[in-house]
Design a protein around this ligand. Structure first.
Ligand code: IMP
Ligand code: MG
Length: 190
């Protein structure tokens, strides 16, 4: 018997709370490769400090950092937003701060998903105040039409419909983060 190629996929195969595949594993792999090449070209002479926003961006960060063929540095911060499980209130708190000093650094902020854009806007303002030489954002997913203000994203993986999704780092109540593809979550949310 041969081992399944992606055990987590099998685990969730018959889960009744999971709906359509929004972004397949193959599409994720291909797009992360493209983003990596683009970032490598843009940052050739100034390798960035990649800043992943935990927990949702952990898987994207792991793959993207390897797809960027540059000697990048990686750091992480964790934020928690006050609000329900699925709606951000806009009031964000830093739960784990960065180790790195951003002064004079070329910072690439790596986000899992931009929904209202409130979390990103808070994190961006917070990081800009630390005087980086530059700050750009790479978001894996952007939900169509939900941002109040233009979130100014330098790199975007996929634009998706405004549905609640899980997988590839994204959770609902900490579940489904290890699902290797992005799928619609059809259970009760919020
Ligand atoms: P925003 O502040 O409304 O843009 O929400 C951003 C944060 O909410 C993301 O970093 C995620 O942690 C979470 N989030 C938003 N939409 C989803 C989703 O569809 N699935 C899982 N988490 C989500
Ligand atoms: Mg979450």
């Amino acid at each position: 018997m041969t081992a399944p190629e992606r055990p987590a996929l099998d685990t969730y195969r018959d889960d009744p709370l999971l709906g359509d595949v929004v972004v397949s594993h193959d599409a994720l792999e291909a797009r992360v490769g493209e983003l990596g090449e683009q970032i490598a070209a843009d940052y050739r002479d100034r390798p960035p400090l990649m800043v992943g926003v935990l927990k949702g961006a952990f898987m994207f960060m792991a793959d993207l950092s390897r797809a960027v063929g540059l000697p990048v540095e990686c750091d992480f911060m964790a934020v928690s937003s006050y609000g329900s499980a699925t709606k951000t209130s806009g009031v964000v708190r830093i739960v784990k701060d960065l180790d790195a000093d951003l002064t004079g650094r070329h910072v690439l902020l790596v986000e899992d998903i931009v929904d209202s854009g409130l979390t990103l806007s808070y994190v961006r303002r917070n990081l800009v105040a630390r005087n980086p030489a530059s700050l750009e954002v790479c978001a894996l997913l952007v939900k169509e039409g939900l941002q109040r203000a233009d979130p100014d994203l330098r790199y975007v993986g996929f634009r998706i419909p405004p549905v609640f999704v899980v997988g590839y780092g994204l959770d609902v109540a900490e579940r489904y983060r290890n699902l290797p593809e992005i799928r619609v979550y059809e259970g009760p949310v919020g």
